[in-house]
Design a protein around this ligand. Structure first.
Ligand SMILES: [Zn+2]
Length: 63
């Protein structure tokens, strides 16, 4: 660990908004930002399940 960045890319999860947002950073940073984004932009309900679901969707950043 230490410095490994994670990312999540909305383009991998097509939605009615055709969202192209990509978020990268530490796991906690990405999780916080992605949960906020999912709630505000995609009208998901903010719940522990949503956070778990997003966590399972994170990918390792190669750079
Ligand atoms: Zn999005």
């Amino acid at each position: 660990m230490g410095g490994q960045r994670k990312s999540i890319d909305c383009r991998d999860y097509p939605s009615e908004k055709n969202c192209s947002l990509k978020i990268s950073g530490t796991e906690d940073e990405v999780l916080d930002a992605a949960v906020e984004h999912a709630v505000s932009a995609h009208r998901h309900e903010n719940s522990p399940e949503l956070r778990d679901q997003i966590k399972s969707m994170l990918k390792d950043e190669s750079d």
